[in-house]
Every structure is written in structure tokens, then in C-alpha cells.
Design a protein around this ligand. Structure first.
Ligand SMILES: Nc1ncnc2c1ncn2[C@@H]1O[C@H](COP(=O)(O)OP(=O)(O)OP(=O)(O)O)[C@@H](O)[C@H]1O
Length: 261
């Protein structure tokens, strides 16, 4: 066996899901090396959320599994999930709590020591700029979409996981917070952590990620380092070529073409 490449920190291994005839994920396979930041991109309905949900244990695959540092997540979920921080799509949070209360609840549920939960909660609320809302006693149910995304991220980070899986973490997040988040993720990776994010923003993936996978119609079309996948072009060009661009039909949306009064 070759000893060249380190064992992946996170592996999606032939994950497959058929929703009553819709093959949402077709043997989706992806290796995330330790200390890397992988961007998962693909058009709407490509299977990103389905694949990530199966990979983190939120959706049972028809077949295939995932491994967190070699631990089979579907065979040993408790062990695998201890090292996993997840921001799922459409996170359902206990809403009648403040952000701080939610993090405390989450941390104690994870079995963390109270003092760690308290100090990390304070720090996370401050770094993610949720501390002012906390002082006003704002409940999560009253949070904006971006604030909900940030408190979701805080729950993913609280227990210092080794692998982060974040479904569209930058969606609805303001530019200042996005910078903070990029800084957090870069620091996390520099410390040996591994990250998978899904995103529709090619420039963000090119700026942040060192690896990328393009998924279309439930299949990983290409994956590798950013440079391998781009092959000298920009990511959007490669993406559109692989995924296929819909040609404009003559007269398309003609009712929008002349809005003169
Ligand atoms: N619970 C479900 N029941 C039936 N079909 C589903 C279900 N969830 C997803 N699908 C279908 O599976 C396919 C993949 O959906 P998925 O949400 O994984 O795509 P995605 O790449 O995350 O899309 P987007 O970029 O729009 O978020 C789509 O055809 C979708 O309609």
C-alpha cells in the first residue's frame, strides 16, 4: 500500500440516495485530506445537500457511508460525530432561547465541561458579533437569516471538532461577518482541521478553498486541488462547461424586454 498520501480526514464513500425515482446522489465519493478546505459546488438540485446530509449522519443513505478520521459514521455514529462540526441546510434550532442559552444547551448536550462552554460561548458570540443581541436578550426566533447562520456556525465550532462540514455557510452572511468566518476557517485549517463547504459562489471557493469538487446530477464530475480542477481557467468557466449552460430561447421572457411606459 502507498504511504504517499495521508489518510483522509473525511471520506464520502459511494454515498447513494434515490428519492422515489430521483437519483439525488449516485455513488458520491470524495476525500478531504487533513488540513484542507474543500469546496463542493454544483447547480441547484445537483445533490450537494443530500450528499452532505448523508455524510454527517442526518440522512440515511441507500448505500455507501462516510468516514471521519477512519471511523465509519454509520457504524459508529457517536465516535465519528464527536469529531464532526456540522452546519446543515435549514438548521432547526431550539428557538425560544437566546444565542448564549442555545450554545450552553448544545455544549452541555455534547458533554462539555461547563466552564469551557461558558468561556467559548462568550468568545464565539463576540467574534461572530452576536454579543449585542445577547445583551438585549434577543431570542433565536427573532434572529435575522444571517444571524441564524452565524449561531448555527457557533454550534458547529463549540466543541472544537476536527472536521467541519458547512452547507452554504456564507449564504445571507454580511461581508464583515464573512471576513470573520473566512479568518476562522483559515485558522482552523492551519491548526490541522479539515473543512468541507458547499457554495454557489465560485469566487469565494477560489479564494478560500485549496480543493474543489464539482457535482452535477448526483455525480462527482471532477475533484482535486483547485489548480487541477481549473487547469489554467477560472472555476466558473470549468463549472459551466461541465454542467452545461442552458441556451436562451428566442423570445425568452419577452414580456420583460420592453418595460417602457
Ligand atoms: N426529501 C426529498 N424528497 C424528494 N426529493 C428530494 C428530497 N431532497 C432532495 N430531493 C431531490 O434531490 C435532488 C438533489 O437535491 P439537493 O437538495 O441535494 O441539491 P443541492 O445540490 O443541494 O441543490 P441547491 O444548490 O439548490 O441547494 C433534487 O432533484 C431534489 O429535488
Amino acid at each position: 500500500m502507498s504511504t504517499d498520501a495521508p489518510a483522509p480526514a473525511f471520506r464520502l464513500d459511494r454515498l447513494t440516495k434515490d428519492f422515489s425515482g430521483t437519483l439525488a446522489a449516485d455513488e458520491v465519493t470524495l476525500d478531504v485530506p487533513p488540513g484542507s478546505l474543500t469546496g463542493l459546488v454544483g447547480p441547484n438540485g445537483a445533490g450537494k445537500t443530500t450528499s452532505l446530509a448523508m455524510a454527517v449522519g442526518l440522512l440515511r443513505p441507500d448505500s455507501g457511508t462516510s468516514y471521519v478520521h477512519g471511523v465509519d459514521l454509520w457504524r459508529e455514529p457517536d465516535r465519528a460525530k464527536a469529531d464532526l462540526g456540522v452546519l446543515p441546510d435549514g438548521l432547526a434550532l431550539p428557538e425560544r432561547l437566546t444565542g448564549g442559552e442555545l450554545l450552553r444547551y448544545w455544549g452541555l448536550l455534547r458533554g462539555m465541561p461547563e466552564s469551557d462552554v461558558a468561556s467559548r460561548t462568550t468568545e464565539l458570540l463576540e467574534v461572530l458579533e452576536l454579543d449585542a443581541a445577547e445583551r438585549r436578550g434577543v431570542l433565536v426566533v427573532e434572529y435575522s437569516t444571517g444571524m441564524r447562520k452565524k449561531i448555527g456556525l457557533a454550534t458547529a465550532l463549540l466543541h472544537a471538532p476536527k472536521v467541519l462540514v458547512l452547507d452554504e455557510p456564507f449564504e445571507a452572511v454580511d461581508p464583515v461577518s464573512a471576513r470573520v468566518l473566512r479568518r476562522i476557517l483559515r485558522g482552523f485549517v492551519a491548526g490541522g482541521g479539515s473543512v468541507v463547504i458547499s457554495s454557489h459562489v465560485m469566487s469565494l471557493v477560489e479564494d478560500l478553498c485549496d480543493r474543489v469538487a464539482i457535482i452535477a446530477s448526483g455525480r462527482v464530475e471532477v475533484s482535486g486541488t483547485l489548480d487541477e480542477v481549473r487547469g489554467g481557467e477560472d472555476l466558473e468557466t470549468v463549472f459551466v462547461r461541465l454542467v452545461g449552460e442552458r441556451a436562451a430561447a428566442e423570445g425568452e421572457l419577452s414580456w420583460l424586454a420592453d418595460l417602457s411606459v
